[in-house]
Design a protein around this ligand. Sequence first.
Ligand code: MN
Length: 242
Amino acid sequence: MTPPLIGITLHSHTDPDRADLDLLINLIAQGVERAGGLPIFIPFGLSAETLQALHARLDGVLFSGGGDVDPSLYALERHPAMGGVDAERDRVEIALARWAVDERKPFFGICRGSQVINVALGGSLYRDLSEAAGAGRHSFAPEFPHGFLAHAIKVEEDSRLAEILGRPVLAVNSMHHQALRQVAPGLRVTAYAPDGMVEAVELPEHPFGLAVQWHPECLPDAPEMRRLFEAFVEAAGKRGRG
Ligand code: MN
């Protein structure tokens, strides 16, 4: 049987964290491979027609981590703590996210991925966690390794995420300075950090529409994180056969 084809979005070549992101994007591809999927990266600079044709061939779309989404997309100005904004990346990912929702194609978001999906569907972000009253620390790079378990999450009952992870409380890594603010219509928050920040969302009734704020690709030995990749690839495989 042909493995499901998983398109993975890339970080920008101008992203200040690109050296780190080069590592993470390959860990994501390896996570997809280990879960039984066939990973490919989605280029920038394609016409809308070519991007749509590529999307049509994919069985699943994975939105990777990276720089900040342009806040003008949720009607705010640039914040001094922001970095790595790239208009082309925003264009590609927002188009892919909307198509994946409309066409019921499985999608999985990681870190920025959860943020860009939220913006694509009409939500907003804290441009920096200094804007969020009571927010704890969520940024641990570069002093701590990528797999550093930084804080707990509490998973909402009766969610796809709870079913996949199999436990209501879990320790995760954390490498973000932004977070979801206004959650987009249709998205359900399915995990919170102890400070109340959103750590996961999903799209109920969608074959697989799920996004997390942490980096499961950096915890490849944790069975819960492997199950996240496996559940996504399995959903993509069902679509491919359908
Ligand atoms: Mn966090």
